[in-house]
Design a protein. Sequence first.
Length: 409
Amino acid sequence: MAAIKFPINSIDSTGRLLVSQGSQVFHHKNLHGDRSPDDWSERTSGAGETISLNTDTSSVELTIGTGATEFALRQSREYIRYIPGDTQSVSMTTTFSETKANNVQEAGYGDDEDGVFFISDENGLAVVLRTSTSGSVVETVVRQADWNIDKLDGTGGSRVQVNANRNHLLNFDFLWLGAGPVRFGMVLEDKLIWCHTIQSDNDLQVPFMKTPSLPIRYKIYNTGVTASSSMLIETCSSVDSDGQSIPGGYGHSISNGIVLRSSTVRIPILAIRLKNIFKSLDNRRTMMFSGASGYVTGNAGYLEIMRVHNPSAITATWSDVSLDDSGMEFSTDITAVTGTSQQLMTPLYVPTGSGNKGNKNDSQENVINRHNFIFQNFESDNSDMFVCYMTPFSGTCNASSAMNVIEFE
C-alpha cells in the first residue's frame, strides 16, 4: 500500500496530521493608547532610543539612534507555558526596517539564552536557534540562501519572493520533548509558507533548548556605529498549543492561620509573590489566583484581593510556600506595599464572627482573565503580587484570610 503524503501545512513539526483546533495560551494586540505595561517588559540603552505606541497603526515602534551600543527591547513578562506532547505554534507580526551595517533586528520566541527568531541585519534575513544547553549561549544562524524548504527568493516551491522590509506575519512551531524539529515560516500571498527546518532528533546529544517555556520578544540593537537611526515595529502576537490539553499546575494555599490582624484602617494582611531565584535560576514560573476566603471578629470587615503590578515600598518578611517544590513565597505580617497599578480580584464582605469566600473572577469559563496571573519582571527581581487588604466597616476589625493559587512551570 502506498503511503499517503499530506501537504506540509496539514501536519505539525513532527509529521502528525493536524485535525484539532489549537488552544490559545497567549495573545496580544496594541490598542487603547498604552503599551500594556502589566504584560510587557521594556528596556533601552542609548541617547537616541524610544519605545512608543503609534495609535494610527496600533503598533509599538522600537527606535534606536546611531550609537555603537544602543538597543531597545520589548519582551512579554510571561514565559508562556509549554504543554509536553503538544506542538507550540507562535505567530507574530513585525516590520523590519531597511538593513544597514552594524544594526540587528530580531523578532521571535525566546530570551537572551534560548529561543527561535527571525533576524534582519546587513547580510539580509536569517533564522536563528539560540540555546544555552552547553552552559553558554550558542546560536545557529541560517541565512536565507541556505533555507532548506523554501528560500523565499522566487525559486522555491511557492515561487514567492519575500520583501524583507515590509510588514510580515512570522511563524514558528516546535515539539519540545528534548528532541524534535523546529520550523520557521511566514504568511505570504494568503498562505503559510514554511521556509526552514532545524532538526535535532538523531543528531544532538542534548535537548535543542534548555526550556520551551519562553517569552515573545522584539529587539533592535547596534553592534557598531550606524549611518542613521533604525526602527523595529511590533504589532500583534499569539501562541497556540496545538491540541486540547489542559495545562497541569501545582495547587497551594496560604493563610494567616489563627492569627488575626487588627486595624481601624485599611491595611494589607496577607501577600504572595514569586521568588526572584528558584533552584539557582531566574524564576520564570507563573502563578494563577484561584480563590480566597476570610474570617473576622470584632466589627465587620471588607477584604479585597488585589493584584499589584510592579510593587515597591514593601514592608514584610517572607516565608517559602514550600521549600523544595515551589517558586513562591508569602507574608503574613505585611504592613505596606504600593504598585504602579492594582486590580481588584475578589471582594469579600465578612460579617463579624463569620467567614466568606470568593473565587477567581472569570466572567465566563471560556474567557481567560489575565489579571488572574502574575509573573516576574525582566530581571527576575520584582514579582507582581497578590495582596489581601482588610478595611473595617467601623471601629476595629480583626481578620484572618486565605488565598488559593496554582503554580505553573
